[in-house]
Design a protein around this ligand. Structure first.
Ligand code: SF4
Length: 411
């Protein structure tokens, strides 16, 4: 198998990992001798660096062979897919070639588990080591690590990478037992805990003078949504723990996508994509708006309302907390008003020192008045008994949008 064929298989096999989101462009190439360049098949995806820059990454697996049999994974032991494996030297060469041609600014490397977790981790580390130490590669490296590998090997990966991640995949041990029998929640959390300590240690050393120290600065993880009966409450509760106890920089929610020749334990259809979107919104509320999972989802309602964003759904359940007076409310209260984002809350806090806020001020801030009106008081507005209306939910549910039959460009 030549390098191009391996790349086609191993870049395709890596696409299921959402912790480095792929861009979705049209496939074009110049294999017919016309034009220059190619947009597909090379496994290039886009990600964001810690400073917010969008960067292109070569996103590949070292191999799609695997000893494990995770039911949701196309690379599982029992899957009937074409297998391939790079040598570490091939990955190094591909990365450098792509980098020199300006195709990529970094590498996202993951792998199925071959021989043992330690053996696989050693190969992954060898690639990162060669890039950094032999070729002085200064691009971005994201390494997917294996929780079953020895802590020393995971720590070594963190010394070469900018970001490392361990995929949790499912939020409870019960779910793992059913769909990923070789995986263990406690072991994964132990590995994440060690990484957290190493990240903190490295950050401390950098602050106290070791400026040249190279070390990953963050860790992330991915969970698969809709592959089993795990509820949104299960995911959000686990995410809160991951952000709090393990200082995860991101938890990625990846809607389960059916794979060829699926296991009979998997659902036949994927979950609605909007569920993934609502989980990201709820995750955002926990990270930036001070919400706890128990406020967003409850034992009676363990799933997010797919019809509206979780903050609006929460406010409609907690009507007694509204309306809030925009002139007097605390920052924490303002952050809970549907339709007000962090930036607008900060602007409101600044503006209200000089003027009495009116609806027109909100319109100027491009706040959706239709969404915010039932929940606020301004100098010129009070919602009256709007919050008591039994039709408020129907009024606020976003109206379905009719898709255009003809694209704009064709008109
Ligand atoms: S360990 Fe990773 S590559 Fe192997 S089957 Fe499980 S999810 Fe797939």
């Amino acid at each position: 198998m030549n390098l191009q064929e391996k790349l086609a298989i191993l870049a395709d096999a890596a696409k299921y990992d959402a912790s480095c989101a792929s861009s979705g462009g049209n496939r074009r190439d110049s294999s017919d001798g016309k034009g220059v360049g190619s947009s597909g098949g090379a496994g290039i995806c886009h990600s964001y660096a810690p400073d917010g820059r969008c960067i292109s990454l070569l996103k590949v697996l070292l191999t799609n062979r695997c000893l494990y049999d995770c039911h949701y994974c196309i690379n599982r032991r029992s899957s009937n897919v074409r297998r391939a494996a790079f040598t570490p030297e091939e990955v190094v060469r591909l990365t450098l070639d792509f980098y020199k041609r300006n195709y990529i600014e970094g590498l996202f490397l993951s792998s199925g588990i071959i021989r043992s977790a330690d053996h696989t981790m050693e190969m992954v580390n060898e690639i990162a080591r060669a890039l950094r130490e032999v070729h002085d590669f200064r691009g971005y490296i994201h390494l997917k690590t294996i929780p079953e590998a020895s802590p020393e090997l995971i720590e070594q990966a963190a010394r070469y990478a900018d970001r490392i991640s361990i995929n949790l995949e499912l939020p409870t041990q019960q779910s793992l037992d059913r769909l990923a029998p070789e995986k263990n929640l406690a072991r994964t959390k132990y590995a994440m805990g060690r990484i957290r300590l190493k990240l903190e240690d490295a950050s401390e050393r950098k602050k106290t003078g070791d400026k040249k120290l190279r070390h990953a600065t963050s860790q992330s993880t991915q969970v698969i949504v809709g592959a089993d009966a795990s509820t949104d409450a299960d995911f959000l509760t686990r995410s809160e723990e991951l952000y709090g106890s393990y200082r995860m920089s991101r938890v990625y929610y990846s809607a389960f996508s059916p794979i060829p020749e699926p296991s009979s334990l998997l659902p036949l259809a994927p979950p609605p994509l909007i569920r993934e979107h609502r989980l990201y919104q709820a995750d955002w509320l926990m990270r930036f708006y001070g919400f706890r999972p128990g406020e967003i989802v409850t034992p009676e309602f363990p799933y997010l309302d797919l019809n509206m964003d979780p903050k609006l759904a929460w406010a409609l359940r907690q009507r007694h907390e509204f309306p809030v007076d925009l002139q007097k409310a605390t920052r924490a209260q303002l952050l809970r008003v549907p339709g007000l984002g962090v930036r607008n809350v900060d602007r409101i806090l600044s503006i209200r020192r000089h003027v009495s806020l009116r609806l027109e001020d909100l319109a100027r801030l491009r706040v959706s008045l239709a969404k915010v009106r039932p929940f606020i008081i301004t100098a010129d507005y009070h919602p009256g008994n709007l919050l008591e209306s039994e039709h408020l939910y129907q009024r606020l549910v976003p109206k379905p949008v009719q898709l255009e039959l003809f694209p704009h460009a064709l008109r």
